[in-house]
Each structure stands twice: as C-alpha cells, then as structure tokens.
Design a protein around this ligand. Structure first.
Ligand SMILES: [Zn+2]
Length: 67
C-alpha cells in the first residue's frame, strides 16, 4: 500500500501487527492494520473495501448478519 508522509505522521503507529490488531478489535468500526513503507511500523486504515479483513472482523460480521 502506498502511504503519503502526511498520513504517516498523522496516524498512530503500532510496533507490530498484533498491537494494531488489538486496537482495531476494540474500535466500533472496521479497521485494518497495514505495514507502512515509510516508518516500518503498522497503521490502521478504515478503508477495508477490497481488502482482506482480519479474522475478528469476519467473525463480527458473521455474527451480526441478519437472518
Ligand atoms: Zn508510517
């Protein structure tokens, strides 16, 4: 993923994917961790369209799906 320096500096940085996933799992909206090419840390993005969703998000959607 391409990341602009401005976005990198504005976003929270996480030292590894597990840390980013922990935060994403607590968020009330879908967030996906990705590794930043600039700072080599992880950021979270709300743009999940067309991306592979993390496991907790798949389970959340499965359990929340109306019948
Ligand atoms: Zn970054």
């Amino acid at each position: 993923m391409r990341t602009s320096p401005g976005i990198c500096q504005r976003k929270a940085q996480y030292p590894d994917e597990a840390a980013a996933l922990t935060v994403a799992a607590r968020a009330p909206f879908p967030l996906r961790p990705y590794r930043c090419e600039l700072c080599r840390h992880f950021h979270l993005t709300g743009r999940t369209r067309g991306m592979k969703l993390p496991q907790f998000e798949l389970e959340r959607r499965r359990s929340a799906a109306p019948r």
